[in-house]
Design a protein around this ligand. Sequence first.
Ligand SMILES: Nc1ncnc2c1ncn2[C@@H]1O[C@H](COP(=O)(O)OP(=O)(O)OP(=O)(O)O)[C@@H](O)[C@H]1O
Length: 236
Amino acid sequence: MTSSLNHDPYISLSKITKGYKISGDDVPIFSNLDLEIPGGDFVAIMGPSGSGKSTLLNMLAGIDRPDTGSLRIGTSRLDQMSEAARASWRAHFMGIIFQFYNLLPMLNVAENVELPLLLKPLSAKERRSRVEKVLDLVGLTGRARQYPKLMSGGQQQRVGIARAIVSDPALLLCDEPTGDLDRKSADEVLEMLRFLNRELGKTIIMVTHDPQAALYAKRTLHLDKGNFVEERRAAL
Ligand SMILES: Nc1ncnc2c1ncn2[C@@H]1O[C@H](COP(=O)(O)OP(=O)(O)OP(=O)(O)O)[C@@H](O)[C@H]1O
């Protein structure tokens, strides 16, 4: 199954400005940012600490808003939506994968993965079946009742991935998804992201400091002084 979003312009940022007030001073992060990411892409975002990678992800997630400029994802103008509309949009159209997994320790694996589905009009049976399906997909069959703190980092990140894809979003945002993992676990997680991109057509944007992780993406963009430079594009 591949997504029909493949090759369509999917994410479009135009003339984005964004800054923060730091100790009373306006500090610009982006002053004229343009970026196009077609549906079906897998992009690694790299760049020095403080260059704005998390700021970009937060804007794409609708957690934060550009000061000016247009931010379109699919047919939605995120820059024009209210905070509530962006939260609802986020719940329906994207999954987020975090460096430190962000799992709730008092919930077991299945309950953690089920969380995004509680916002949807689904029966308990349907929710259970979807959770089982994604746990199988990430190689955690039989782990549903385990608690995250008893699992390895790699396993916890796979729970994080299952939670991110359980609603079947078209877009996955990954913030340093392997930053807390050893090489072997990191490679397993990255293989999984590649599978989700290639086989299920998910559009993936991954912030990473790890050049080896970036090699799993189709292209790497380097963020420097508020602009993107394409560093690498995989041969097709
Ligand atoms: N909510 C905020 N309020 C004030 N300043 C902020 C806020 N968020 C980010 N910044 C500042 O904006 C700049 C960019 O931060 P950002 O976290 O996006 O960088 P980054 O590239 O993700 O860095 P790192 O690789 O260290 O995570 C930094 O100078 C940071 O201090």
